[in-house]
Design a protein around this ligand. Structure first.
Ligand code: ADP
Length: 188
């Protein structure tokens, strides 16, 4: 089974490329952000806990997202592989993912990292706010918190994967199709 991580700052296009890859290559897409928004919409206890954190631009606890990922792996045994989007977002999550995969007799295939600058992050999130109605996209201070959390908590994950020889990065400053071509070239 193939296990790809689509990595990158908020607004990098992970979700967009994941959807294109699902159509073109038949992988199963797991977005922790989408799963959390579903829990919030359904008003579950987990959703209530996550809502405040997400709307302030903070991360939800590692145990919560790791549990969601494991549940997705377990309930989709027949797919050809997984695209993880928005996970792992901390080194603790990256370690937990490796442990989960080892436990299942599997290993991570590769990390495809989509790189854009902080200014591009802001511009894209503001564009998305006009289309998608996400509370965490609508406010400058929240976007600033998300960018800060990305640099402090998520960026260290890059070193972790470089050290494990799993890390591949693409510069995503072009059009969606140009950027997608680079991402897609790194995925079987
Ligand atoms: P984006 O990539 O635009 O930030 P996501 O939909 O991936 O959006 O995530 C939205 C929010 O959900 C994050 O800001 C965070 O609060 C929460 N979240 C998503 N994935 C994780 C994760 N792996 N660990 C902790 N929090 C997460």
């Amino acid at each position: 089974m193939k296990y790809y991580v689509l990595f990158g700052p908020p607004g990098a296009g992970k979700g967009t490329f994941a959807k294109m890859l699902v159509e073109n290559k038949g992988y199963y897409h797991i977005s922790t952000g989408d799963l959390l928004r579903k829990e919030i919409a359904e008003g579950t206890p987990l959703g209530m806990q996550a809502k405040d954190l997400i709307e302030k631009g903070n991360l939800v606890p590692d145990e919560v997202v790791c549990g969601m990922i494991r549940q997705q792996f377990d309930s989709n045994p027949d797919v050809r592989g997984f695209l993880l989007d928005g996970f792992p977002r901390t080194v603790a999550q990256a370690i937990a993912l490796d442990e989960m995969l080892t436990d299942m007799g599997e290993e991570l295939t590769r990390v495809v990292s989509i790189h854009i600058t902080d200014e591009e992050v802001r511009r894209r999130i503001k564009g998305r706010a006009l289309v998608e109605n996400r509370a965490d996209d609508a406010d400058d201070d929240i976007i600033t918190t998300r960018i800060r959390n990305y640099h402090e908590k998520t960026e260290p994950v890059i070193q972790y994967y470089k050290a494990h020889d799993k890390y591949f990065e693409v510069e995503a400053h072009g059009t969606i199709d140009e950027n997608y071509a680079k991402v897609s070239a790194l995925i079987d």
